[in-house]
Write a protein that binds this ligand. Structure first.
Ligand code: FCB
Length: 457
């Protein structure tokens, strides 16, 4: 333990996070439509352990028990997402009341337990029907997202006072459309750029709708952001740094904070033939103003840092060149991600002082370690506890520097379906036995309970 007592601001939202596809199961129950993640995970070869989210943590049926666990931990806030095809099976049009009822009961249950709901509208499970019409590659999907946001916020807006439009548009756009590692599994860089624009546009359009339907609510968006390391200050490395930062961080931060798409990055894409000579032809008048709508907070997902390989920007290499770790032997989680708490401190400072969001939440941070229940029936996940402790301390240092950090959501409340990794990676502070659906609070959860109760590290 650090020798100093680290107090967190009064009212700090100590929370935990999940997402619909990763925990709910009930993939085709009560009128739910198919999502791109249902399709993707049902396609052989896409998920490393051959699994899918059909049952996952069966949270759709066990939500009461899960709220009871959150209450036992003393959580102040819980971040979860809404499955779009559970509400609108075809993506737009007919509303499935049973889907809305589920989330309405969940919200009531949370509020009764004294837990503040933070709702993410899009955590990657696009209705397959919309994908069939072009998905995020077409503008009409952004319009459908506004319809979805309107329906959900009309029903929940009296009780939900924290809305996150999108989770990690980088991942949805680039991992899903350029790299092909996530649904819909495309490898088409121009399509990824279009998708990123339509995701951002749908955010900009949805914000006023959420405000209208949910009086006094805070509305924001969650980005996954990375601190990149410069191998040296020679000009090739500096250029490489700008390129990666432009691709990953600035591509989203700049337009959201009124600076439009980074011009250096756009010319890069034109130079590489990824965009036509006329550039971002799919951006229409008014789009950039819509995207730059004022928000109440920025959600930050942070897991690790990335270092650029030395000689990171050789002439003619594509702007997506590999990223390597800086240390020869870094401490890594089971995902292979380096443990680097200082990156969180640096990242929070950089975002706040460069973009000045009125408020920040860490909407995800956590670690995958596969520790299993011991003979005593307990899960001694010391490495996760250490990881969280180091990152909480880093966040606290950022607060001391003046960063208005208002809450922290540990990823994840429970072990769950980790996308292409299936169930092999366990991020939970609660253990899940996927055969019996038994839950066990891991040591990290018991420790977190104490942190929350005392509001100090
Ligand atoms: C984030 C995702 C979340 C989870 C963690 C490990 O990128 O938002 O759903 O998979 O990574």
């Amino acid at each position: 333990m650090p020798s100093r007592v680290l107090n967190f601001p009064k009212g700090f939202a100590w929370g935990s996070a999940t997402s619909a596809y990763q925990i709910e199961g009930a993939w085709d129950e009560d009128g739910k439509g198919e999502s791109i993640w249902d399709r993707f995970s049902h396609t052989t070869g896409n998920i490393e352990d051959g699994s899918n989210g059909d049952v996952a943590c069966d949270h759709y049926h066990r939500w009461r028990e899960d709220i009871a666990l959150m209450k036992e931990l003393g959580l102040k806030a819980y971040r979860f997402s809404i499955s779009w095809p559970r509400i609108l099976p075809a993506g737009r049009g007919n509303v499935n009341q049973l889907g809305l009822d589920f989330y309405s009961r969940l919200v009531d249950g949370l509020l009764e337990a004294g837990i503040e709901p933070f709702v993410t509208l899009y955590h990657w499970d696009l209705p397959q029907r919309l994908q069939d019409e072009g998905g995020w590659g077409v503008r009409s999907t952004a319009e459908a997202f506004v319809e979805f946001s309107d329906i959900v916020s009309r029903r929940l807006g009296d009780r939900v006072k924290h809305w996150i439009t999108h989770n990690e548009p980088w991942t949805a756009a680039f991992l899903g459309h350029q790299i092909g590692g996530h649904a819909p599994g495309l490898q088409d860089f121009p399509a990824a750029l279009k998708a990123s624009h339509h995701l951002l546009l749908s955010h900009g359009w949805a914000v006023p709708v959420l405000r209208r339907n949910s009086h006094g609510a805070e509305v924001g968006i969650t980005l996954v952001l990375l601190p990149f390391e410069l191998p040296s200050h020679n000009s090739a490395d500096v250029q490489g740094y700008r390129r990666f930062d432009g691709y990953f961080n600035r591509w989203f931060l700049d337009p959201l904070y009124g600076r439009r798409y980074p011009a250096d990055q756009v010319s890069e894409y034109v130079a590489f033939g990824i965009l036509p000579p006329e550039g971002m032809a799919f951006v229409q008048p008014g789009d950039m103003e819509a995207i730059a709508v004022q928000t109440d907070f920025l959600g930050v997902n942070y897991y690790s840092r990335m270092a650029l390989p030395s000689e990171s920007a050789p002439e003619g290499e594509s702007p997506t060149a590999k990223i390597v770790s800086k240390e020869a032997e870094p401490e890594r989680t089971d995902m292979g991600w380096e443990v680097y708490p200082d990156g969180l401190y640096r990242l929070l400072n950089r975002i706040y002082f460069e973009y000045q969001p009125p408020k920040l939440y860490i909407t995800e941070n956590g670690a995958s370690y596969s520790d299993e229940p011991d003979r005593d029936g307990r899960v001694h996940d010391r490495r996760r506890l250490n990881y969280l402790q180091g990152h909480f301390a880093a966040a606290h240092r950022a607060i001391e520097c003046g960063v208005p950090l208002a809450g922290y959501f540990v990823w994840s409340l429970m072990d769950n379906f980790e996308w292409t990794k299936g169930y092999a990676q366990r991020f939970g502070i609660i253990w899940v036995d996927y055969v019996t659906q038994q839950r066990i609070l891991k040591d990290s959860a018991l420790w977190y309970k104490q942190v929350i109760a005392e509001n100090r590290l």
